[in-house]
Design a binder for this molecule. Structure first.
Ligand SMILES: Nc1nc2c(ncn2[C@@H]2O[C@H](COP(=O)(O)OP(=O)(O)OP(=O)(O)O)[C@@H](O)[C@H]2O)c(=O)[nH]1
Ligand SMILES: [Mg+2]
Length: 325
């Protein structure tokens, strides 16, 4: 094995994911499910305390609400590659206070930009740290309320702001509350609104190269495109047994049957997990660095340049005006 391939084998790739959306849509439950499917079997990993607070009843809902942004990191392995996965959970957006909502979105953007600032600071150092952490947010899941018929004006406003800084993947949570037709109609309506309002959510590229191998890959990608927004169903707290296989599952039990959250026929969680951790991971990272970070960096440098161009007199007047406030 060559030295470079040995280095690659041991290299740890960083991936940072964020969840945002209005409150109570199932963001923390999704993070918990991702954590459970990745680490449940590893006894040495303690779940973050925020994930152990579960809402069994309506009275608990307030206690389990995410009150401030938090993150935690897991060391996982996907297809033989080591990944340091950081998950960032945000407080849900408020529905009834426009001003507060704008502040909340600004807070999310500030967090994303603060990660870009870290890269910028590292880049401008004379002696750079080759082991510097990549804390940039590579993808952000935007949770859409499935009780609306598509995107609301608020969704559109929020999406327009966050898609300027990060790869955004729209998702519909609590898909168990919809019938197959309702879910298909909702997905159609959301895609229509995204197109109509020209919201640049992450666009899954379709490989158009010839050749049988790439045709299959293109088919898979075309299939992914039709699944957007991905539907998610988070499991109940209790361990469930699938009556047909007698095996333990992550699911939800109803009087009419059991949902297996990892069954692709029931929801898109497994496809989404694969897209995030495996098939599109590198693309998310490349786009973050080459598009979103570059854009931010250019804006910052231009702003710095503009502030340097202010004359001494202008600066003095500005300081005097500020003192008067
Ligand atoms: N039916 C159903 N309920 C769900 C699902 N996912 C989460 N829930 C329930 O929805 C409620 C809110 O879930 P959370 O995961 O705390 O939602 P959140 O978006 O993190 O909420 P905030 O932190 O307040 O923004 C809880 O009672 C969950 O049990 C789902 O897939 N289906
Ligand atoms: Mg939460």
């Amino acid at each position: 094995m060559s030295r470079s391939s040995r280095r690659r084998k041991h290299a740890v790739s960083q991936l940072n994911l964020m969840v945002v959306g209005f409150s109570s849509l199932g963001k923390t439950s999704f993070i918990r499910m991702l954590y459970d499917t990745l680490c449940r079997l590893k006894e040495d990993i303690e779940p973050p305390t925020s994930l152990s607070k579960r809402a069994e009843t309506a009275q608990d809902a307030e206690a389990t609400r995410t009150k401030e942004l938090y993150s935690f990191t897991l060391d996982i392995e996907e297809e033989g590659e080591k990944i340091s996965l950081t998950l960032v959970d945000c407080p849900g957006f408020v529905r009834d206070n426009e001003l507060r909502l704008d502040v909340q979105v600004t807070e999310v953007l500030r967090y994303i930009e603060a990660q870009f600032d870290q890269t910028l600071a590292e880049e401008t150092k004379v002696k750079r740290n080759p082991k510097a952490q990549d804390s940039q947010i590579h993808a952000c899941l935007y949770f859409i309320d499935n009780t609306n018929n598509g995107l609301t004006d608020k969704d559109i406003r929020i999406l327009k702001r966050i898609t300027a800084r990060v790869n955004v993947i729209p998702v519909v949570a609590k898909a168990d509350l919809l019938t197959t037709t309702q879910l298909a109609n909702l997905k159609k309506a959301i895609n229509r609104d995204i197109k109509q309002h020209k919201i640049p959510v992450f666009d899954f590229p379709v490989d158009e190269e010839d050749g049988s191998e790439s045709e299959t890959a293109a088919e898979v990608l075309a299939d992914i495109q039709t699944q957007i927004p991905f539907s998610i169903i988070a499991p109940e707290d209790a361990e469930l047994i699938d009556p047909s296989t007698s095996e333990k599952i992550l699911g939800r039990q109803y009087s009419w049957g059991v949902i297996d959250c990892l069954n692709p026929k029931h929801c898109d969680f497994v496809v989404l997990r694969n897209v995030l951790l495996s098939s599109h991971r590198k693309l998310f990272k490349d786009i973050t660095l080459e598009l979103y970070y570059e854009q931010y960096r250019t804006e910052r440098l231009m702003a710095r340049k503009a502030s340097k161009m202010i004359t001494k007199e202008q600066k003095k007047k500005l300081m005097e005006d500020l003192q008067e406030i």
